[in-house]
Design a protein around this ligand. Structure first.
Ligand code: 4AZ
Length: 495
């Protein structure tokens, strides 16, 4: 290796003299303060700078350059009229310069304030990503402020396995239980409609006693009768109430036959055990599974509709475990694929199908429950998968619906190097058996992953992807329905 020459640098500080001695490097020698002659600085470019007032320190530049570090007032000679004029001009230039600096600083502060308070909406809430910024009190006040109505579209939610109704209070910036006093079915239907269901989906309401646990109080209807939508503007905060509202917007999650435990490694299902399971068929061929979530809506996976995006080619078959026994399918009016579905990563693999006509529910045709807020399906939970998918990788689809029990794994375990190596995002959950042998497979896509809690079945996932089927350390991957809950209700509200 060729040594680098002349690269050693030494600095010596001596009486304000900074000597930078390196081969060919310049030497800066501070010669101390230099008196101005006729108001102008000495130096190589004499005459090219405006002269400075006498009381300002002067920086005399010569070759080698000299820097005065002592700010000393030096009495100068008496000024001529021309010098006085130049001094006055210079004074105004300094004032102007200071004003400009202040203006620039103010502009920068204003820009930062706008960026954080309005653009980033730090003190308020924004209408969707990058949308209009509203003050918190404009949220759920019954007045539409966002162009797409986002400020009034998520003002109610159902909480926990009891489906307790909660209303968002912008005043408290919190979700509060709704008081059952003066409540009736009509209000229940109105709220369910606002969440995304139809009035026909509505089942019933009941009361739930919270006792001392309702420490923040309730949202209570103001006296009077209300019609129309946006019922949230008719609530007021109250500390007293006999009980809270339990709201059932649909008759969901009830199965008429228990899972008697293929999918790979499973068993044939009984009629009525999984009444929300449907077969989605394109031009008469079973392609994917799906779940009934209301009389008008089927939830499935976006990847099922990438190539086959024409709703008129699809039919929805329900009501039986045998594919060959289901004769009449329901028509599909609309396919809504998640707008951020990514076919490379399988992120956001969820779709909704709006049916041409609402389904009639029977013992073997009924919806599964969408996850309420606060229903956790923690790692280790037992869940069930169902479908008409292949019983082994690349195998023929069976005629009878199969079922199997699986374990939900934490995202950390799913993403371990020897498992799915970081491919499981927050829009996904993984479930299966790490020892292998039980899994969903080709043809199960879009179908349900369900969990039972509080006597009803909740839809935790839609079958999305996997590495092979039922391999050791390769659990199946499902769309994370809890993650998509607001997206799902928004589509149901808008369509
Ligand atoms: C599929 O191709 C598929 N093992 C679905 C689920 C799994 C693999 C493939 C998970 O539809």
């Amino acid at each position: 290796m060729k040594p680098v020459q002349g690269s050693e640098t030494s600095f010596t500080m001596n009486n304000n003299k900074l000597h930078l001695t390196e081969a060919d490097s310049p030497v800066y020698d501070n010669q101390g303060f230099q008196r101005e002659v006729e108001g102008r600085a000495w130096g190589p470019s004499q005459g090219s700078y405006p002269s400075l007032p006498q009381l300002t320190p002067s920086y005399v530049v010569s070759a080698p350059r000299t820097i005065n570090t002592h700010h000393t007032a030096i009495p100068g000679p008496a000024q001529s009229p021309r010098q006085e004029k130049e001094t006055r001009q210079c004074h105004w230039k300094n004032v102007l310069c200071a004003c400009l600096c202040v203006a620039v600083i103010l502009a920068v502060v204003a820009l930062l304030l706008w960026y954080f308070l309005y653009y980033q909406c730090l003190l308020g809430k924004s209408c969707g990503a990058g949308g209009k910024c509203l003050s918190s009190s404009q949220w759920c006040d019954g007045v539409l402020d966002c162009s797409r109505g986002e400020d009034e579209s998520h003002c109610f939610r159902l909480q926990g396995t009891d489906s307790m109704l909660e209303s968002y209070s912008s005043h408290n910036d919190a979700w509060m239980p709704v008081c059952v006093d003066d409540w009736n079915d009509d209000y229940g239907k109105t709220v369910c409609e606002q969440i995304g269901y139809t009035r026909q989906d509505y089942e019933t309401y009941a009361q739930i006693h919270l006792g001392a646990s309702a420490t923040k109080g309730y949202m209570r209807l103001k006296p009077g009768t209300y019609y129309g939508s946006h019922i949230q503007s008719h609530f007021t905060h109250s500390m007293t109430c006999s009980a809270a509202v339990k709201l059932h917007c649909s008759e969901c999650g009830r199965s008429q036959a228990g899972p008697s435990s293929r999918i790979v490694g499973g068993a044939q299902a009984e009629n009525g055990a999984w009444p929300w399971q449907v077969s989605l068929q394109f031009n008469g061929r079973h392609m994917c599974g799906g779940s009934i979530i209301s009389a008008d809506w089927i939830l499935s996976a976006a990847h099922c509709f990438q190539e086959y995006s024409n709703p008129s080619g699809w039919k929805v078959f329900s009501g039986d475990v045998s594919l060959s026994r289901m004769r009449f399918g329901d028509t599909v009016q609309r396919i809504i694929n998640h707008e951020n579905y990514d076919s490379n990563t399988n992120d956001n693999d969820i779709a909704l199908l709006k049916l041409g006509t609402p389904m009639a529910f029977t013992r073997t045709v009924r919806p599964v429950c969408l996850p309420n807020s606060g229903i956790d399906m923690p790692a280790g939970s037992q869940a069930w998968i169902t479908g008409w998918g292949a019983l082994r990788s690349s195998g023929q689809p069976p005629d009878k619906l199969n079922q199997a029990q699986v374990t939900i794994y934490s995202r950390d375990i799913c993403n371990e190097d020897h498992v799915l190596n970081g491919q499981v995002t927050q829009t996904m959950i993984c479930a299966g058996r790490l020892q292998g042998g039980v899994d969903t497979c080709q043809g199960d896509s879009g179908g349900p992953l369900v969990v039972k809690a509080g006597d009803v079945w909740w839809l935790a996932g839609d079958t999305s992807w996997g590495i092979g089927c039922a391999l050791r350390n390769k659990p199946g991957v499902y769309g994370n329905v809890t993650y998509f809950i607001n997206w799902i209700y928004e589509q149901m509200q808008d369509n």
